[in-house]
Structures are given as C-alpha cells and as structure tokens.
Ligand binder design. Structure first.
Ligand SMILES: [Zn+2]
Ligand SMILES: [Zn+2]
Length: 457
C-alpha cells in the first residue's frame, strides 16, 4: 500500500535554502556574492580609478570621454529604458543599432535582461518582487541588488516577447560578452589611439572611468529617484521628482511622473525642466529626410492634470483635517427652545442661536471686535439676522471662528429649516477623509444673501 501523502509542506532545512536566505557566516559570505556583477560594477571600475593616478589625461581624450559618456548614457536612457523597456516611441534600424551598441558600452547587462528587470520594477514597485525595491534601503536599490545573489523565485516575471522579435535585441543578448568588451573598452581605446595616439588614456578614461561614471549615474535612477524629491502625481509609492537626479541621469529624475505615465516618451513635461533624453528623441524625429524616431507617445494633458489635481486635493485634505472646524452638526446634542433658554447664561455659558445652531460665546465676549455690550445683548436670543447683516455683515473669518463655538442644535428651530431648505446637505460635501468641506462663504450659519445697506439702515 502506498504511503499517504502529507498535505502539510515540509519546511526546507536552513542549509538547503537558497544562499540569499542563509545567514552571513565566515564560511559562506563569498557564496552570497554575484562575482560576475561585482567584477563589472565594482572591481573593474575601482581598478580604472586607481589607474588614473599614473595616467596623464590629455585634452582630446577628456573631450572624447565626455562625449562617449553622453553617448553611452543615452544608450541606456533613450534605448534600454524609453525605447525597449517602455516602448515610448519607435526607432529605425540604424538608431536601434547605435543604441544597442552604446547601451552595451554602459556595462549594465543586455537589453533583454535590463528591460525584463525594469518591467518588473514598474509592475511590482516597492514590493518583494521589485528587483531593486527602494524598501530594502538606498544601498540595495543602488548597487546591492547586483552585488548579492538573489533568490530567482523572488523576482516578478514579466512579458518580454516583444523584445524577442527585435533581431538587434536578440543578437545583443546572445553575444553580450563580446558586445560589452568591444563597446565599453576596446572601441573608446581605438578612437583615442587611432585618432591622436593616446591608446592607454583612451582605455583608462574613455573606457574604464567613463564606464564607472555612467554606471553610477544610471544606478541613481533606482536609488536617488526613489529617495529625494517631490511626488506631484502619486505619493502611495516611493518614486520622486528631483532636478538633481535629472541632472545626473540625462533627465530621468522626474521619476514620479515616469512611474505614473511610463509609456510617455518624456520624463519632464515642462519646457524648462532638464530632460535631454526627451530633447534628443524629439530631435531625431525631426531630422529632415531620415527621421530616426517616430510615434512619440505622450499622455493627454487632461489625464496628467487629473493626477496632479488629485495629489493636490490629498494635500489639502490632510491640511484641512489638521484644523479645528467646530464639532460636526451631526454630533451635537439637540436642545429644545426651553432648554436653550435655561442653559443660555450662568456657569460660564453665554449661548446664542444663529441659523438654528447654538453657540457658546462665553469665552469670546471680551474679545468681540464689535464690543462687549452688543454681543452680550444677544445671549439667549436668536441672532441669525443680526449676525448676517442685520447689524453687521460678518466676515468669512468670523463665520469660521463662530463654527468652533457651536455646542448644540435647536429642535424644530426655524433657521434649521432654512439651512435644510437651502441645501445644507450639498454644502457638507465630504473629502476623502470623511471631513466636511466648508468653503469660504458657505458656512452653515450664513443665511440668505447679505442685506444691502439701505435695508440695514
Ligand atoms: Zn523607479
Ligand atoms: Zn521606467
């Protein structure tokens, strides 16, 4: 007879778990490190920086290094990111070839590997499935995710079938080692060597040091752009907009916008914001005779502005809920006219009825700008008309202040009927926190249009 199968999953013993889940020890630390990545993003760049101590930097090599820095950075921002990961625009074959070449020169993996991870980052931002989740700390999102081995079961799966139909992407992935070697180090050395005889300087500065800088700059999109800046479109997750990140990353710093509208070819939507990647994509579409880009996607400004407005509304709601607007009418006790008269004065109370709402103005009498006598004379009375222009058309601030003094509602009070009829329900629109939205000039105690001066007189 077959042994019954257990329905309870047997826990995996600690030493059989994936290396990333085992604790650090003196005997296993080196197994936790992804040595290929560590060599490419830490050891080689560090060696390149060390070599600068003994390598003179000539002017043409400096200029070439800067130019090649921007070319390879654009390979990532314009190519790997906006073209292949997000399909923000279409590019002709020559430009795709250029981007695949310069992108390989930025030493950040193949287009296929990079885009798959980046799509997972967008789909599962800040969760365990996000390969460079900002929730795991700034070091992890910047470098740690490449340096340490990760349980492959953890990373979210994404669809990259569209990339497999691009022969350039497939070729670059298949021969990535050769592409990297040539584009990152040999090509910049050849240019400097054949161009002006500076072979070694070309390798050190335009190859190794430039590669290090372009890596660190692009990694800032995963670290810095999830740490510093504003969140004008959504603040439920970590992406942020900041000029500093944009300056470092060829315009990828408007990351809050980007996570909300990832298929928009722009990251910065204002003309004065720094987004050279957007400018280049646009310029390439406007080339006479041979435009290299087309189908530049943008979200409708109507959608963008809705997101921005909702975020502003959220900030306003938060501010509103921090202010004292007086007790909500629904929570106030209901008093009969006789009870109102009985409690109107004495024991520090000075009750006055305005528009069916009972207010205790006891503590305010001495501060009343219109004088003590006038305000005292309305205690125990209905001052609706007097407050609303009969004697003085009180300001919006006065209405707001009066709201904070309310202590009850009059049962069957005529004025209560008035505000009910005037659509007080509509006035009490609720914000997302369930708080009544009291707009200027719409306080519940405000009854009818202000009387004009002639009538008052
Ligand atoms: Zn991001
Ligand atoms: Zn993206």
């Amino acid at each position: 007879m077959a042994a019954p199968t257990s329905v309870v999953a047997t826990p995996i013993p600690p030493n059989e778990q994936h290396i990333s889940n085992q604790p650090f020890t003196l005997h296993n630390w080196y197994k936790k490190i992804n040595w290929l990545n560590t060599t490419l993003v830490i050891l080689i760049p560090a060696y390149g920086l060390y070599l600068t101590r003994h390598t003179p930097l000539t002017r043409p090599t400096l200029l070439w290094s800067i130019l090649y820095y921007f070319m390879t950075a654009f390979g990532i921002t314009g190519g790997y990111h906006r073209l292949w990961s997000h399909r923000c625009y279409s590019a002709r074959f020559p430009l795709r070839l250029f981007l695949a070449f310069t992108g390989a020169g930025a030493i950040q993996g193949s287009i296929r590997w990079w885009s798959s991870g980046h799509r997972a980052h967008h789909r599962w931002t800040d969760t365990a499935r996000d390969p460079y989740s900002a929730m795991r700390g700034i070091f992890f999102s910047h470098l740690g995710w490449m340096v340490f081995k990760e349980d492959p079961k953890l990373k979210g799966r994404t669809d990259i079938s569209d990339l497999d139909s691009d022969p350039i992407v497939v070729f670059q992935h298949k021969h990535y080692g050769m592409c990297l070697l040539f584009a990152a180090w040999i090509f910049p050395m050849l240019v400097a060597g054949i161009g002006w005889g500076d072979w070694w300087g070309g390798l050190v500065y335009a190859g190794l040091v430039r590669g290090c800088l372009v890596q660190q700059a692009t990694f800032c999109v995963n670290s810095l752009a999830h740490w510093i800046g504003e969140q004008p479109f959504d603040d439920r997750r970590t992406p942020r907009d900041h000029l500093l990140t944009a300056l470092v990353t060829m315009g990828e710093g408007y990351h809050n916008f980007h996570h909300e509208f990832p298929s928009d070819y722009r990251n910065a939507i204002q003309w004065y914001q720094y987004d050279p990647t957007k400018w280049l994509i646009y310029l390439l579409s406007a080339l006479p005779l041979f435009p290299q880009t087309s189908d530049l996607k943008t979200f409708r400004s109507n959608e963008i502005e809705k997101g921005r407005l909702q975020q502003q509304q959220k900030a306003i709601d938060a501010k509103r809920s921090s202010l004292d607007w007086g007790s909500p009418l629904s929570q106030l006790p209901v008093l009969s006219w006789d009870e109102f008269l009985r409690q109107a004065s004495g024991d520090g109370a000075a009750l006055v009825l305005i528009a069916g709402v009972i207010h205790n103005i006891g503590a305010f009498v001495a501060e009343h700008p219109g004088g003590k006598a006038l305000i005292k004379s309305v205690v125990g009375k209905d001052a609706t008309a007097l407050f609303n222009g009969g004697v003085y058309e009180h300001s919006n601030a006065a209405h707001n202040l009066l709201s904070t003094m309310r202590v009850g509602v009059l049962r069957g009070g005529q004025e209560v009927e008035v505000w009910k009829k005037n659509g007080a329900g509509n006035r009490l629109a609720k914000d997302v926190k369930g708080q009544a939205v009291i707009r200027a000039g719409e306080q519940i105690m405000r009854v009818g249009a202000p009387m004009n001066a002639a009538v008052v007189a």
